[in-house]
Design a protein around this ligand. Structure first.
Ligand code: GDP
Ligand code: K
Ligand code: MG
Length: 299
């Protein structure tokens, strides 16, 4: 039989913090999506491409990492859920990620979708490195009840356990189709998106409570010069008091973010980076549709 090209979209969805971004990074072999122990780390739909060859056929797998499904409290959450919905509509296979502590969240859109869709769903029970075989069996029974008749796989995204079995499910369901993206592209997002995400990751690591959620990072300058990459960013917060916290005593806190971010930016872009950061106040930006649009939240 003549060799074919297969290509398709694989959506990674599930509740916050179950390990969706860890999984996508593991599946594509790159740190494309921020991972943190805080819920709502991922705010966009981020594509990660994997090109290869399987049993003589070439393939292009296009993974979508998405924000965790939640009941929206802010305009920002609504737009995050719109990314999730779009991702479900486009999918050739859906990887529904849960972990060994998770229970099903009965959101209307999710339940309607799962009970009616003909799209193949693979339920992944993540973080099996943390539990006993007995507990895992309970999880398997529970999720079989929620997703009757669907494939269920225990995995550890962090330890790389059973990821090859996910791949098997995917290639079996990948449509014959020419590539959607250039074969040397890793993602659909521009370089400046990743610059902003790396800085947001450091904010998530360095500040507590509400602070990281009140922040948005905008890259205002991304300029490649022969010896250096110049990046300027604006960090938006919602209140003047939050601005003071971000900056810290004598600028210590923002300086720390800058040092950590610059190290990762240099590794990611393979180049020396000059980074400037400005902290600005935009009252209640998470509730304002026009602000959200200007920050790129229009799915
Ligand atoms: P997301 O919100 O679903 O995208 O989850 P993240 O990928 O950001 O991960 C949430 C937290 O779970 C992070 O602290 C990860 O390091 C951790 N995590 C992810 N996968 C695993 C796993 O397989 N085992 C363990 N023990 N922790 C994991
Ligand atoms: K997270
Ligand atoms: Mg995530």
């Amino acid at each position: 039989m003549a060799h074919q090209h297969k290509a398709g979209f694989i959506s990674i969805i599930g509740k916050p913090n179950v390990g969706k971004s860890t999984l996508m990074n593991a599946l594509v072999g790159e740190r494309l999506s921020i991972v943190s122990s805080k819920a709502q780390t991922t705010r966009h739909r981020i594509l990660g491409m994997l090109n290869g060859e399987h049993e003589g056929d070439e393939y292009q797998i296009i993974y979508s990492d998405t924000p965790g499904v939640l009941m929206p409290k802010y305009e920002l959450h609504k737009s995050m859920m719109a990314f999730v919905k779009n991702s479900l509509e486009d999918a050739d296979v859906v990887l529904y990620v849960t972990d060994v502590f998770d229970t099903y969240e009965d959101l209307d859109f999710l339940t309607n979708w799962k009970d009616h869709t003909e799209t193949p769903i693979v339920v992944l029970i993540n973080k099996i490195d943390l539990v006993t075989q007995e507990r895992l069996q309970e999880c398997l029974d529970y999720w079989q009840g929620i997703f009757p008749g669907r494939a269920i796989l225990p995995i550890s995204a962090q330890e790389g356990v059973h990821l090859d079995q996910i791949f098997k499910h995917i290639v079996e369901n990948l449509p014959v189709h020419p590539p959607f993206f250039d074969k040397d592209e890793l993602t659909d997002k521009p370089e400046r998106f990743f610059a902003a995400e790396i800085i947001r990751e450091k904010i998530l690591m360095n500040y507590k409570k509400e602070i990281p959620y009140s922040c948005e990072v905008v890259v205002t300058l991304f300029k490649e010069e022969p010896a250096i990459l110049r990046i300027a960013t604006e960090i938006y917060v919602e209140r003047v008091s939050q601005r003071a916290i971000i900056i810290g005593h004598k600028g210590e806190s923002i300086k720390k973010v800058g040092i950590q971010a610059r190290a990762d930016l240099e590794a990611f872009f393979g180049k020396k980076v000059f980074l400037e950061q400005f902290v600005k106040v935009e009252p209640d930006w998470r509730a304002k549709a026009d602000k959200l649009r200007s920050f790129g939240y229009s799915p």
